[in-house]
Unconditional design. Sequence first.
Length: 430
Amino acid sequence: MSFRTKFILILLSATLTLYTVVGGWISTRAQQPANDPNAQLRIFESVLQHIQNDYVDEPNMEKVRAGALRGLAYGLDPYSTYLTPEQVREYNENAKDNQVGIGAELSQVASYLYVIAPMKGSPADQAGLRTGDIIEYIDGKATRDISLYDAKQLLNGAAGTEVKLRVLRANASPLSVSVKRGAFRSPAAEARMEAGRVGVLRLNSFADGEATDARNRLQDLMKQGAQKIVIDMRDTAGGSLTEAVTVANYFIRDGVLAETIGREGRVGKAYSADPKAAIFSGPVVAIIDGGTAGAAEVVASAILEHNRGQVVGEKSFGAGAEQQLFTLRGGDGLLLTTVKWASGSGKPFLGEDRARSGVSPSVEVKSPDLAESVDPDDLTGNDDDAVAKPDQDKKETSGQPAVKPAAEDLQLKKALELLKDKPAQLPKAA
């Protein structure tokens, strides 16, 4: 190889190396403004100038401002929202105390109003709403155009009045449902014995005071000879973090059961087990599904992380957050999520996206009803979603959906199988 050839090769190599380094540096610099508040502010200023200078009519800047703030909150999570001055006043004064809802835990997935779970025996449950239903219209108003907060306000009203819903359900024609609003409290915990000295503890709610009721039902099972426990938390959503920690403590003697997570992942508070509060040391299996959310996820994650037992069923929904109201100069405000609930290891139940939300079971068992529910992971928010374009040949039906014969409870069956060969007592509580 001649000197000239060597020189050209060296020059080309140096050029390629320089190009790679400089290109990577430029690429990195170009990506930096994505989360740079000043860069984003300059974009907003530019948009505002175009609206003021180029829009065909004289713009109503109050409406422009409100719309922009709604959009900003919409880009965060379903529970953060913009409030008008009137909504701020109502929020601060706890106004409209005479209004009641339909008894369903709701969220927003890919712009859809999504039913996490109807509370057992609630007006929503009696009207036939199910986990995974999409509420497309509330009294004729499209829910894809409004926030979760506004949708909940539309659902609330005077006790005894009716609200008309258009519901989308997987593999079914659109359903028109009328729900009579009413005050409602979730039923208390339920308990029953199964063969093999297995007690089934059904937790319907984690509202204030429910942990005490759960303890009483658990102690009743133990008096009846229960040496193994199934904790059924399917379609149990919402509730209190402290109630959930208390229930988890009945089965777990030590360690951190849950945490609250603030900005930049900082731990706000760690909830540790009290050894004196643990009352059951035998084998445990929990059951969860897509309607399990919030407080119930605290119990499920604690059982998994402390190796206290198996968790059977389907991945939970993923919820649990606290909001704080920040009032603005015009009297309006932003209701922002400032705290997330997390497992004892610090994993938030409400993740940045669906893939990172919820609690995954250690033993997955699909429910036979799963085919009729909408999987939130399948929703994109686009108009070509299957749920957004139901079969045109199917006409909308009205009234309560037909009740199908109860299918075999495969999830409970699996939980009982897992406990069958377990020794009646562990050496000590976890």
